[in-house]
Ligand binder design. Structure first.
Ligand code: AMP
Ligand code: ZN
Length: 114
């Protein structure tokens, strides 16, 4: 855990959030500024900033984030259309330096994204 990291603190329940899923490796919570009717952030408990900081040992963990997204999308009846997004780096819009997968659903989405 990085003691200065917002999402590490949410995972450790030192900062409140609407947690919707957790296990020993990952946790998920409602985004504070939702961009769709469902907007959930899915995080590894392990602190790393972006996808390119992960290594071969993190392969299963990265896969788990996607599977948690699929489980939540199924539970919330989002299967007609949902999106999973990882913003890596400020140029892609990353504002919190702890890897997180956005799960967005409940509305239609355009392509390409902005
Ligand atoms: P990104 O811009 O990809 O780094 O995504 C960061 C997301 O974290 C944004 O969608 C924010 O709305 C969200 N966020 C920031 N602070 C909090 C918080 N305390 N609780 C829940 N979501 C947050
Ligand atoms: Zn962190």
């Amino acid at each position: 855990m990085d003691p200065n990291c917002l999402f590490c603190k949410i995972g450790a329940k030192q900062i409140p959030a609407k947690l919707v899923y957790e296990d020993e490796a990952a946790f998920a919570f409602e985004d504070i500024n939702p961009q769709a009717p469902t907007h959930i952030l899915i995080c590894p408990r392990k602190h790393f900033v972006a996808l390119h900081d992960a290594g071969p040992d993190d392969q299963a963990l990265l896969g788990e984030l996607q599977l948690v997204a699929a489980k939540l999308a199924t539970e919330r009846n989002l299967l007609p259309g949902y999106r999973t997004v990882i913003n890596n780096g400020s140029g892609a819009g990353q504002s919190v330096s702890h890897l997180h997968l956005h799960l967005l659903g409940g509305r239609n989405f355009r392509w390409p994204p902005g």
